[in-house]
Design a protein around this ligand. Structure first.
Ligand code: CU
Length: 367
């Protein structure tokens, strides 16, 4: 049995507490990972605020990078010493979704995600009580046990304290553009929300050869980042009407594609109004539990498409290592996404910064 330091959420809207815990050894098909770093994502924040309902106590974190240090029986996807990213959506490789090439929708998502597949936890507190996993990743800990289906080996020369961001935000943003929308060269793309996900929509749109990339946010700092990541037009939604501006920029036509990385119902509705007939809008952001949208059906009758993107429609075992390769080749910006580097003890500070919109991403680095 191994020890670990972990950030534990005991109650919604409370600070995480840093504790020494025990990590039980990996069972059949499970992998023990020593985490090197983890990004801090809005979905973690949603669990803290209660916008996402989750069994407590829990060790959050789902954007991890680390090194495999033990494997249970029957593990075939990785071996001890492998550098790995986490996939908060596991892929079994054999269900109907995985078989038709949509492993991001894998049937394992229907199983409880706060426990291992045998229905138990591998995290034990000093008082003997158990702590829940988060999406079977729990990267706000120096060590965790994961399903082998959620462990993705990558090249060893990639810096884990940077490429850990590929485990959620980068892939969510880039994949929405490349896998879901399949943005065409020369097209006009609008992006709502220019944080750790939206910036990756922008850089993927540029990679795909988009002619115009219009970035929308309310914070000047985020719009500055958007420009750095390749946006050709910036709209400050606190001062300008995005629908009106998008139509001005496109000569009255409207955009080909719109993406939103916020999860706000009003923004989703606004997205559709920015499109020309036949245009496509994709929801990436996670809406608060119970949220609803209200749209004019005639917008859809005119063949506008409203859909979403789950982990960027990615084929995790192919796309995560591929994005790491693109970064190592200098074709994808990742270092520029890391606004702050903090220790595990600073996790609550990282959430304050995220809440105030002062970072693209904070990365917790465990030494
Ligand atoms: Cu995330």
């Amino acid at each position: 049995m191994a020890g670990a330091r972990a950030a534990i959420l005991d109650a919604v809207k409370s600070a995480l507490s840093i504790e020494e815990i025990e990590v039980l050894p990996p069972g059949p098909g499970e992998v023990q990972v020593k985490y090197v770093a983890s990004g801090v994502c809005h979905s973690d924040l949603h669990a803290i605020t209660g916008d996402m309902l989750h069994p407590l106590p829990v060790i959050l974190g789902h954007e991890g990078g680390g090194i495999v240090e033990a494997v249970g029986s029957g593990v075939t996807t990785c071996q001890v010493g492998d550098h790995v990213l986490t996939s908060y959506i596991p892929s079994c490789g054999t269900c109907s979704y995985c078989t038709i090439g949509r492993p991001n929708l894998c049937a394992l998502r229907d199983r409880p995600r706060h426990l291992m597949l045998d229905g138990t936890s591998r995290f034990r507190r000093r008082d003997g009580s158990f702590v829940n996993h988060f999406l079977q990743v729990s990267s706000f800990a120096t060590r965790a046990v994961l399903l082998q289906e959620g462990v993705i080996p990558i090249r060893k020369d990639a810096p884990l304290d940077v490429v850990c961001l590929v485990s959620c935000g980068v892939t969510a943003g880039m994949g929405a553009v490349l896998n879901r929308a399949k943005v065409k060269p020369g097209s006009t793309v609008v992006v709502f929300g220019c944080g750790g996900v939206g910036l990756n929509v922008i850089q993927a749109a540029e990679l795909a050869g988009a002619g115009r990339v219009i970035a929308v946010d309310r914070l000047p700092y985020k719009l500055g980042l958007a420009e750095e990541f390749g946006a050709t037009h910036l709209i400050d939604a606190s001062k300008e009407d995005p629908v009106k501006r998008v139509h001005e920029i496109t000569g009255g036509v409207g955009a080909d594609y719109a993406f939103e990385a916020i999860g706000a119902p009003r923004v989703i509705e606004t997205m559709l109004e920015c499109l020309h007939r036949g245009g496509e809008a994709y929801i990436i952001g996670v809406s608060p539990h119970g949220a609803r949208i209200s749209i004019d059906p005639s917008l859809l009758v005119q063949e506008r498409v409203l859909s979403g993107s789950s982990f960027g429609g990615s084929r995790q075992r192919v796309d995560l290592p591929m994005i790491v390769d693109l970064f190592m080749q200098g074709k994808v910006k990742l270092r520029e996404l890391v606004s702050r580097r903090l220790g595990l003890d600073d996790v609550n500070r990282a959430f304050e910064l995220l809440n105030r919109g002062e970072v693209a991403r904070s990365v917790l680095v465990y030494t």
